[in-house]
Design a protein around this ligand. Sequence first.
Ligand SMILES: [Ca+2]
Length: 332
Amino acid sequence: MAAKQVFWVVLAIAIAITGCKKKPAPTPPGPEGQAPTTPESTPSQAEPTAVKPTTPESPAAAPAVGGWSVEKIATVETGLVAPESILPDPTTGQIFVSNIDTQTQGYWEADGRGFISLLNPDGSIKTLRWLESRPDAELNAPKGMCVLNGKLYMADITTLKRCDAATGQNPEHTKLSGRQLNDVATDGSVVYVSDTAGNKLFKVSPSEGLSEVKSPPSPNGVTCWQGKVFAVSWGAHDIYEIDPTGQRDPVPFGLAEHFKTLDGIEVLDDGTFIVSDFEGGKVCAVSADRKTVTTLAELTTPADIGVDRKAGLLFVPQLTVNKAVIYKLIKN
Ligand SMILES: [Ca+2]
């Protein structure tokens, strides 16, 4: 444990040297502004949108071979306040929900309001305020989360926070030289943190400290899968493969025409990508070959999604309407 404490101290010193922004960007990209009104529905039949034009004789409504569809099994209607991210964590068995908890629709305000909830798989609230803001360990606008080595990591504006994932105890806060820390993800050894307004991807390594890897513009959701790292861009509307060593430029999928503002990303076991389009009001599957986009569900402001691979469940927080939806993932 001493080594970890030393790491955080070293990290804090390193960050102090690199310098920290005092204020988040006043008008940053990210989940803010007016909420688009999107009729909530799950298409009875998924409509794949091929990159290449579909020939007239092609069955336009048929699901892609090997594709996915979803079936809504539960909704969370009350309790959540500006939920941004849902993390079903296999190591603790908990389903964490980050609540920005805003009274002003400001999603990047250091207002001392913010909390983490625990959900049950059936959509009922297990513990609404499992982790609350307190004077010596503020939660302001918590967003993306991940669990590494028994610690729950949370992005909170300009600070990477963590606590014991099992108990919520032992809070530790580390300020990063970012403007809008949005999502966090782990490959099991390091933690990646996206900075949407700062156009950065941080890499926090217990052994090597803090570094940056090359980032797409306005990165939002980030995820790790089989040694690879992927991120979605809020402003460039595309999905990118990230070089974990930080040397090579991110490689875009070339799917920007399909999306408005991408927020969350997960990868299923078969390599299918699941992404949420916040302003586009939809959750989509992207085929493993990165060519075909299929709308799985249409709903208002889907933010940072989570997947329970074992149970085959997809969790979607709806930030601006204080709700969440749980879908069963169905392989066609
Ligand atoms: Ca707040």
